[in-house]
Design a protein around this ligand. Sequence first.
Ligand SMILES: Nc1ncnc2c1ncn2[C@@H]1O[C@H](COP(=O)(O)OP(=O)(O)OP(=O)(O)O)[C@@H](O)[C@H]1O
Ligand SMILES: [Mg+2]
Length: 251
Amino acid sequence: MSKALLEVRDLKVRYDKAVLLNGVSIDVGADELVGVVGPNGAGKSTLLRAISGLVQWERRARRGAHGDIVLEGSITFGGTTITDLAAHEICALGLVHCPERRRPFRELTVLDNLRAGAYLSRDSRETARNLEKAFTLFPRLKERRDQVAGTLSGGEQQMLATARALMYKPRLLCIDEPSLGLAPKVRNELFAAIKAIRASGIPVLLVEQEVGKVFQMADRNYILSQGRIVAQGAGKVLASDETLRASYLGM
Ligand SMILES: Nc1ncnc2c1ncn2[C@@H]1O[C@H](COP(=O)(O)OP(=O)(O)OP(=O)(O)O)[C@@H](O)[C@H]1O
Ligand SMILES: [Mg+2]
């Protein structure tokens, strides 16, 4: 494989004595949708939080206060080593993280939430284009553009979080559990939007509980369990492995 857009190598994360990631290596290519699945507590969110610099931010914030956070290994993005960059620097490089459990600015309207996502760009025409793109992907948000975000439904808030991430002009979008707690119909709308994002040329690293859906959508997948990658490959291949199904996939 030629050099991937995102390369994570032998990543280890410990919170005091707890080992959250125990030597994880993954790649995401520039034209891929890559899935990460695995049981609760496997370390999936921690992996995304380390990639986007949030674990390192927490480490700097709390050093020594409640035990140390240790992070080892390397993360490169577009050839740049980002392992120790600040989260906002990583975001500015185009590696954008849409975290678990959507949190819009509750008092702001949908439109102002999206504009807040575009603060890195000084180009107002580009912001307008991205806004149009976000509204094309999520027509419901367009209908509700002047509604205060705190009054959106759970599904609409997840759409807003995803749309807001797009306003940063991602070169790679990392999405953590977009379907969490949502009804099937809304989930399907979100998954369709994620496919459309990928089809528009933005690669995606997707963490999801809904294994069947990820396996359909993703080009490749990793199964994470207890802080380690235990298998990787196409969804079809992984889903036909009885041992993996029973041990890690809850299928
Ligand atoms: N700040 C923290 N301090 C100590 N342990 C933590 C911290 N954050 C997470 N953990 C632990 O690390 C493990 C991995 O957590 P993580 O949130 O990455 O799992 P996950 O795979 O995203 O799980 P889920 O599917 O439930 O979202 C869990 O056992 C969790 O309790
Ligand atoms: Mg998680």
